[in-house]
Design a protein around this ligand. Structure first.
Ligand SMILES: [Ca+2]
Ligand SMILES: [Ca+2]
Length: 240
């Protein structure tokens, strides 16, 4: 009798678990389909960038390689789709940094100029350094495009991009890209690979994260210890 009772209890709890599971999957299904319909409402269009001319210095033969580095693509980048109506909201915006520059000034990061000339490059000291853009208001950021220094074909180290509404980046910091795989910059282990940044720049998908400040970290490159910057573009829709 005792055994039968236990069996009945087990069957009852199994039935209850099954009904909870079915209920949860229905709720999840509703939530997922609602998310997908929201995503479907966002119409997209190709991101059109004003690209600088490629460097005349050519491609070195001894490029760094390894499992942590995306090989250099010799082909033009495929069309990148972005939420329709996205605009570069970084033009002329205030830039601050973790250190002063040796050459160039911070305003050059958002001045629209990014040719492979020395005069279009800001050089900062070695070690992990950051530059930060104040968009002036909270924006739903779709993509961030980086041009560190395409005078030379190189791999920049510890590219870590974060967003926050706190200018000090002490609270509610969202990391949207991190390729510091060995955590040498101490911001967390990055899952992304290092990459060669050419005149096409690097497009980082910001997935609509809302924020006012964007902080871009770096730690030298495969060619030198200095931190260099030419331009940062931030494509966004106005936040709700
Ligand atoms: Ca510039
Ligand atoms: Ca590193």
């Amino acid at each position: 009798m005792k055994g039968q009772k236990q069996y009945r209890c087990t069957m009852t709890s199994l039935a209850a678990s099954w009904s909870i599971a079915v209920h949860l999957s229905l709720v999840l299904g509703v939530l997922l389909s609602r998310d997908m319909s929201v995503a479907a409402q966002l119409e997209t269009e190709p991101l059109i960038l004003k690209l600088p001319a490629p460097t005349l210095k050519g491609t070195p033969e001894d490029l760094p390689e390894g499992p942590g580095i995306e090989p250099l693509s010799g082909k033009p980048r495929p069309v990148y789709l972005i939420a329709k109506g996205s605009k570069n909201v970084a033009v002329g915006k205030l830039v601050t940094a973790s250190s002063t520059s040796f050459t160039g000034n911070l305003a050059q990061l958002t001045d629209g100029l990014k040719e492979a000339y020395d005069r279009d490059v800001l050089e900062m000291k070695r070690g992990t350094q950051w530059v930060q853009i104040d968009l002036g208001r909270v924006c739903a950021v779709q993509a961030i495009v980086l041009w560190h220094d395409h005078r030379y074909i190189q791999v920049r180290h510890d590219v870590v991009i974060q967003m926050s509404n706190d200018p000090e980046f002490k609270e509610a910091v969202i990391t949207i890209f991190n390729n510091d795989q060995d955590n040498s910059s101490g911001l967390g282990e990055g899952a992304e690979r290092e990459y060669f940044e050419t005149s096409e720049g690097k497009i980082v998908n910001a997935k609509g994260v809302a924020g006012r400040y964007i902080r871009c970290h770096g730690r030298g490159s495969s060619l030198g210890a200095l931190n260099c910057w030419q331009e940062i573009e931030v494509y966004a829709l106005p936040a709700d």
